[in-house]
Design a protein around this ligand. Structure first.
Ligand code: UDP
Ligand code: MG
Length: 315
């Protein structure tokens, strides 16, 4: 495609050979109706089935299709980050390959972006997944994330979301952090809203996730909280501990000296020990804060270099 697309649809793909023929047929129909210039970037996340040969065949007859490949299975977030690197549109849409998301919702997401929002999150209000292993953990996770991070979105886990590329591109995505994009984007001042989107049951292939994802989400949640709240200023996080231990150490040392000045002979080792321990903790948090500050500064320079080169454009 010669002209620069306005919209880039990024689709991560891992072992989706059963879905790909249906995905391509749905995209063919969607692209002919869609009024904007659009590219679809599929990123094969090291599939072990015939997804990659199917994508190579599909790209030959579809000028709007871009096929990229990660050399090994790096996870959905890495595949999405690699697709994002290649995206040329000013609007980026993420979507799953299994057609649980419906491309027919994309024009509505973009219409909402046009109202001035930077991120429009899809909300699978009538989600077609199993209740116990999927909907219930996700209901809890959404509430927890919303409360913890302060960005209330009904459905963090829905991949179908529309973003202004300028908001998304500077972010460094790793681990399973695609689920936290509204939180990460809000920390950069993005205007966020949500609309209901359709959701279909998975008709082909299997889900790539089990219940163990709950633990990963919890781990990522802690990291995101730190990133959102303190990434720019780690000392604001470590500083209160420094002051707390300084005050406690000072108080215990003071009490010890008051005891000593009153000439009490039976001096306990407890107070001096506590004050030395507090001083050590105080220094520990101080150096942790300084170190974190240095890491954040260095990380800002290296972050983009890490994802660059992860994808190899096969066109
Ligand atoms: N996916 C991926 N790498 C992985 C796991 C999943 O690229 O390691 C892709 C997968 O092919 C699909 C999307 O991420 O397009 C969402 O995966 P899935 O449908 O299994 O998740 P669920 O809908 O069950 O949450
Ligand atoms: Mg799915």
């Amino acid at each position: 495609m010669n002209c620069v697309p306005e919209v880039s649809i990024v689709i991560p793909i891992y072992n989706e050979e059963e879905c790909l023929p249906h995905l391509m047929a749905t995209l063919d129909a969607f692209i002919t109706r869609f009024e904007r210039i659009c590219e679809v970037i599929t990123v094969d996340d090291g599939s072990k089935d015939s997804s990659m040969p199917l994508l190579r065949a599909a790209v030959k007859t579809r000028p709007w299709l871009v096929v990229a490949k990660l050399r090994a299975n790096r996870g959905q977030t890495a595949a999405m980050a690699a697709g994002l690197e290649l995206a040329r549109g000013s609007i980026v849409i993420f979507m799953d390959a299994d057609l649980q998301n419906d491309p027919a919702d994309i024009p509505r997401l973009i219409a909402k972006l046009d109202e001035g929002y930077d991120l429009v999150s899809g909300w699978r209000r009538r989600r077609q997944d199993r209740a116990f292993s999927r909907k219930f953990p996700s209901w809890i996770a959404n509430r927890l994330i919303g409360r913890f991070i302060g960005v209330r979105v009904h459905d963090y886990g829905c991949t179908l979301k529309a973003y202004r590329a300028s908001i998304l591109k500077p972010l460094h995505l790793y681990s399973d952090m695609h689920r936290f994009l509204p939180a990460l984007c809000s920390s950069t001042g993005a205007r966020i809203t949500e609309i209901e989107v359709k959701h279909h049951p998975r008709r082909h292939g299997n889900s790539k996730y089990g219940l163990n994802r709950v633990l990963k989400v919890m781990g990522d949640l802690l990291v995101i909280k730190l990133i959102v709240a303190f990434a720019d200023r780690p000392m604001h996080y470590f500083g209160p501990f420094v002051i707390l231990f300084l005050l406690f150490g000072g108080a215990t040392a003071g009490m010890h000296f008051i005891n000593a000045s009153h000439g009490w002979r039976e001096q306990s080792i407890v107070l001096p020990a506590l004050s030395v321990l507090s001083l050590i903790c105080c220094l520990y948090f101080l150096f942790m804060g300084l170190l974190a500050d240095l890491i954040v500064r260095a990380g800002r320079r290296d972050a983009r270099a890490l994802t660059r080169g992860a994808a190899e454009n096969l066109r």
